[in-house]
Design a protein around this ligand. Sequence first.
Ligand SMILES: NC(=O)C1=CN([C@@H]2O[C@H](COP(=O)(O)OP(=O)(O)OC[C@H]3O[C@@H](n4cnc5c(N)ncnc54)[C@H](O)[C@@H]3O)[C@@H](O)[C@H]2O)C=CC1
Ligand SMILES: O=C([O-])CC(=O)C(=O)O
Length: 349
Amino acid sequence: MESSSSQRVARIAAHLNPPNFELRREECRAKGGAPGFKVAILGAAGGIGQSLALLMKMNPLVSVLHLYDVVNSPGVTADISHMDTTAVVRGFLGQPQLEAALTGMDLVVIPAGVPRKPGMTRDDLFNINAGIVRTLCEGVAKCCPNAVVNLISNPVNSTVPIAAEVFKKAGTYNPKRLLGVTTLDVTRANTFVSIFATLLVGTFGQGEVLGLDPKMVDVPVVGGHAGVTILPLLSQVKPPCSFTPEETEYLTKRIQDGGTEVVQAYAAAKFADACLRGLKGDAGVVECAFVASEVTELPFFASKVRLGRAGAEEVYQLGPLNEYERIGLEKAKKELAESIQKGTNFIKK
Ligand SMILES: NC(=O)C1=CN([C@@H]2O[C@H](COP(=O)(O)OP(=O)(O)OC[C@H]3O[C@@H](n4cnc5c(N)ncnc54)[C@H](O)[C@@H]3O)[C@@H](O)[C@H]2O)C=CC1
Ligand SMILES: O=C([O-])CC(=O)C(=O)O
């Protein structure tokens, strides 16, 4: 006869062994009554997806985290699910499991698709990623038509219009709930400006600023998410800061080219968190995003938006631009118009 201790071990083991493990976690969570949102990451086994999954699993606003990919999602799910935070993690592999991954979701974050190789532009990814985004958004329209969608897959300037057309076709389009993620441009801009300001002591209007924390810096970045369409409004930096024309030119290029150097998931997690805080009803959640917009004559444009229960509840105007920024805006709009049209045509053709 087994000792009571080994019987207990056997009982616990039965609960902790896959596939029971996640089921038990779910029961524990239900008993604890942790509130929160259901979030799906599509492309969760990729470079961005894995780090994003880790960061979302740490977010207390997330109660359920679905990790979908066409490869490797079971391993990633097992890894993430052992983190001792409340969100229940479930993995989904391949197209037959897409609908299960999406059903009931409040927020769908999409970093699925191919990334750039050296020498490529984001637009070079269009041919592969356009079809991937279309398929995934068809799934969203069918299974969670009211979810907020964060589109990360590049070229964002075209994939957002693609998603909009898919949702229009399905009759589920809500412009407030479709957001292209440009947060990385803002985190780069905040970081570069803070370093710059710290090194160039005395350029800030209010006297000397030493060791400026990037979190204290606010650089609006408008337009889109590729090359010249990324337009940092350095004249509107907070705290107020003045740059020479050469400094402006240098910083603008540095921010525009940041993606050829390094990519990361932190900004995507920051933006997803802002969307969840908005859905929860927090006041004053403002981030830049590429959304349906009337700020310019273009149907989509990135600018500051206020995030709320409805998604992007308010799209802010650009504010006063200086001459350098006005020229930049014209260049940005020209390229953006083509990228938006290309995305729209992909579905309409
Ligand atoms: N908007 C932004 O700020 C950023 C955008 N990106 C973009 O995000 C995308 C992903 O980048 P990485 O994670 O570095 O690439 P990656 O190649 O490491 O990961 C992509 C993942 O997508 C998966 N995938 C491919 N087809 C899929 C499908 N039909 N359904 C579901 N998953 C699918 C792949 O299996 C892979 O796991 C790229 O297009 C990249 O350009 C990356 C960084 C920042
Ligand atoms: O540049 C890339 O290929 C990825 C991206 O969008 C970024 O890092 O901003």
